[in-house]
Design a binder for this molecule. Structure first.
Ligand code: PMP
Length: 393
């Protein structure tokens, strides 16, 4: 049966990691795959998570199934983190999913079930998996203008002009914060304008928030999402604990549905559970149990928040440091890096320049010009600055 299949295309980011491993140069730098790294280049288990893990080890008495929706304490905690003080809180329901990836797919399947001719509008560019996941669920995908390659910021005017054309059969997918891959976020005024458009023209807002706490802080990073939640009748959210709890491999995330009533939100939740049943049935428990433990204990929550602040400050320091290092080498061409948010920045380098970075300098970045700021190390900023200037000449 399978002989007739053609080979799968290699994932460009994962093959980059392999090449990096095989590179013998000591000055090499991995700015590819999207995981947070500390100043030693490691992705450690967060202390709060480690302590929760020890607690769980001592107290967990069974590995019996939890249930289709996963851990309801976790689900509540996710809603608390994102929408607690909004009017949407009383008309929302959450389902634990295998990462935000699972949430994206379940919500896509739900949309297809409700309205098969839905078009999902995605920012140009967007997270590499947005288009494949929406299309795999049978939905149509359309891109809206987003990144201005000249300023390296969001072109709000072009974005809003295009989104003004979205109607009742459309879904507009927004990044909650720390846009992947560009690092350029929409302003609060943009969130307000999009909210008005959603109410006027009837499209469904869909927020993917995978980096809450990595931009301006836990609360600030949810401000746009909360404004929407407060002001629209219906919206959906995919959220992830991969980055802000460092739980990547534990596959921990949630899908949240906000509707005009709790009854409607719960009905949609019930349909997601039915979709999950026909797929993976239940999400893995461990990561969600850890998050629930951390967020239901004041001391662990305080530890987690302080660790998250440290991660956030390291990213900001590296952004400022790289911008300064480029300036010290006589150019202001990379000043935008300091203005970007979160873990990524699109540098504007071409595919050829990215290959040159790799061949000449041992610096590994994704072909679209994205660099992972967390992959930087303070003592290598000058080396990177010189390399960036050398290839962009
Ligand atoms: N959405 C965005 C914007 C992402 O960047 C990522 C992962 N890098 C995901 C979703 C998927 O995350 P998860 O590991 O939780 O599946």
């Amino acid at each position: 049966m399978f002989k007739q299949l053609t080979e799968a295309q290699l994932d460009p980011i994962l093959s980059l990691t392999q090449m990096f491993r095989e590179d013998a140069r000591s000055e090499k730098m991995d700015l590819g795959i999207g995981v947070y790294r500390n100043s030693q280049g490691e992705t450690p288990i967060m202390q709060a998570v480690f302590q929760a893990e020890q607690r769980l080890l001592e107290t967990q008495k069974t590995k019996a199934y939890v249930g289709l929706a996963g851990d309801e304490v976790f689900n509540q905690a996710m809603m608390d983190l994102l929408i607690k003080d909004t009017s949407a809180y009383q008309r929302a329901a959450a389902v634990q999913t295998p990462g935000a990836s699972g949430a994206l797919r379940m919500l896509a399947d739900l949309m297809y079930l409700a309205q098969p001719d839905t078009t999902v509008w995605i920012s140009n560019p967007s997270y590499v998996n947005h288009k494949p996941v929406m299309e795999a669920a049978g939905l149509k995908v359309k891109f809206y203008p987003y990144f201005d390659t000249a300023t390296k910021q969001v072109n709000s005017e072009a974005m809003l002009a295009e989104l003004a054309k979205a109607g009742p059969k459309d879904v507009v997918l927004l990044h909650g914060c720390c846009h992947n891959p560009t690092g350029a976020d929409i302003s609060f005024d943009d969130w307000k304008a999009i909210t008005e458009l959603a109410n006027k023209n009837g499209f469904l807002p869909f927020v993917d928030i995978a980096y809450q706490g990595f931009g301006d802080g836990l609360e600030q990073d949810a401000a746009g999402l909360r404004h929407l939640a407060d002001n629209v009748e219906e919206m959906i959210v995919a959220t992830s604990c991969s980055k802000n709890f460092g739980l990547y491999r534990e596959r921990t995330g949630a899908a949240i549905i906000i509707s005009d009533s709790l009854k409607e939100a719960q009905k949609a939740k019930g349909r997601i559970l039915q979709l999950a049943r026909a797929s993976y049935t239940m999400p893995p428990d461990h990561g969600a149990a850890l998050v629930a433990t951390v967020l239901n204990d004041d001391s662990l929550t305080a530890t987690w928040k302080s660790e998250l602040t440290d991660m956030n400050q390291r990213l900001r320091r590296l952004r400022a440091g790289l911008t300064q290092a480029v300036r010290d080498n006589g150019s202001d061409a990379f000043d935008f890096i300091e203005k970007h948010k979160g873990m990524f920045s699109v540098t504007g380098l071409s595919q050829e320049q990215i290959i040159q970075l790799r061949n000449e300098f041992g610096i590994y970045a994704v072909g679209d010009g994205r660099i992972n700021i967390a992959g930087l190390q303070e003592q290598k900023l000058d080396y990177l600055a010189k390399a960036l200037l050398s290839v962009s000449r």
